[in-house]
Design a protein around this ligand. Structure first.
Ligand code: TYM
Length: 343
């Protein structure tokens, strides 16, 4: 079976962008692929974080994976820090990843701008190397993510190729190793709609956990009345009717896109139904559709968190499976680099 790995940072509450861009698409892959989904807690400390809540948010995000439809009987759900190979491989990869490649990462530039070089931790710069380790450890074929992760996946591909070139193939074989490539070069997978869900208050900005305004996003655990209120207040425009793709109406494209995915309709169907509606008519429809889509997820979430022993077992099994797979790759990486392996 081909492999899939993906993860979400357990910082704050997961939102509709995380769900439509990533988690919803993971669900569809678990039947045909061998899947690994992790709560990437090591990534969550690259910006200042609250030690009092990290453990809690890590558990909750894993619970949300299950609530969203990831089946622990099919997929390995685990916590990144529980599989130490992630941190170890990060070091090996760091030593072959040029700093210039990392300096070009847009997310690093955006996030570090706010703090300045004397404040920001070096983990924020090497963050994509940790992400590459996550992916490469599992020999992943596909990485289902939102569009904002594209540059990081490209970096993971480049790192894999560079490592394979420097240490794999005949060079490795001549030293008595297995030869061939150490890492598979992964492909990105983004959904046709929902790969970039925009903020409710600004159709040109991405919906994000770090936006201080909670009204800019729909959190997966928002109550029906909160969702209705946020959609009622969200930014719109003075145009008549609703349409996709008008560059002057980013909010319109975004909200129709959300409606499309949560109802499971096609663009044509959405246009036929909503093209001539006013905002006042469309907003309650959208709110109802989002609420209806999230309701079963919220119900299941409450069941999962009510049974901590179950979640602990899922995470322990997931980590054991992940560890087994990751160890093999890690060992090959050490061997190909010429390390003395422990006997
Ligand atoms: P993170 O935690 O910022 O986001 C998790 C996933 O949600 C997607 N996403 C969005 N999709 C559509 N619209 C949005 N507004 C939106 N906001 C976020 C992201 O693209 C992502 O798929 N570094 C990663 C996590 C990570 C990872 C990995 C992913 C760590 N290791 C290995 C894949 C494979 C991150 O910070 O995502």
């Amino acid at each position: 079976k081909q492999r899939v790995l993906s993860g979400v940072q357990p910082t704050g509450s997961l939102h509709l962008g995380n769900y439509l861009g990533a988690i919803k698409n993971w669900v569809a892959l678990q039947d045909t692929f061998e899947t690994f989904f992790c709560a990437v807690d090591l990534h969550a400390i690259t910006l200042p974080h609250d030690p009092a809540s990290l453990a809690h948010t890590t558990k909750n995000s894993a619970a949300l994976y299950i609530a969203a439809g990831i089946d622990p009987a099919k997929a390995s759900i685990f916590v990144q820090s529980h599989v130490s190979a992630h941190a170890e491989l990060t070091w090996l990869l760091s030593c072959v990843t040029p700093i210039g490649w990392l300096n070009r990462m847009i997310q690093f530039k955006e996030k570090s701008l706010k703090q300045g070089n004397e404040e920001v931790g070096s983990g924020l710069l090497t963050y994509p190397v940790l992400m590459a380790a996550d992916i490469l450890l599992y020999q992943s074929d596909l990485v289902p993510v939102g569009e904002d992760q594209k540059q990081h996946i490209e970096l993971a591909r480049d790192v894999a190729k560079r490592f394979n070139d420097q240490f794999g193939g005949n060079k490795w074989k001549k030293r008595g190793g297995r030869g061939g490539r150490i890492f598979k070069v992964p492909e990105i997978m983004t959904p046709p709609t929902g790969a970039r869900v925009m903020s409710l208050t600004d159709g040109t900005a991405k919906m994000s956990k770090s936006d201080p305004a909670d009204g800019s996003r729909i959190n997966l655990l928002d109550s029906p009345s909160e969702i209705a209120k946020k959609i009622k207040r969200c930014k719109t425009d003075g145009f008549e009717g609703l349409e996709y793709g008008n560059p002057e109406r980013p909010e319109c494209s975004n909200l129709l896109g959300i409606y499309e995915v949560v109802t499971g309709r096609s663009k044509q169907e959405v246009l036929a139904e909503c093209g001539s509606l006013s905002w006042g008519q469309f907003k309650p429809l959208l709110a109802d559709a989002v609420v209806a889509h999230l309701e079963p997820i919220q119900t299941r979430y409450n069941e999962v968190v009510a049974d901590p022993a179950y979640l602990d077992t899922v995470l322990a099994n997931g980590a054991a499976k992940a560890n087994e797979t990751a160890r093999l790759t890690l060992k090959n990486a050490y061997d190909a680099m010429g390390f003395l392996l422990p006997s």
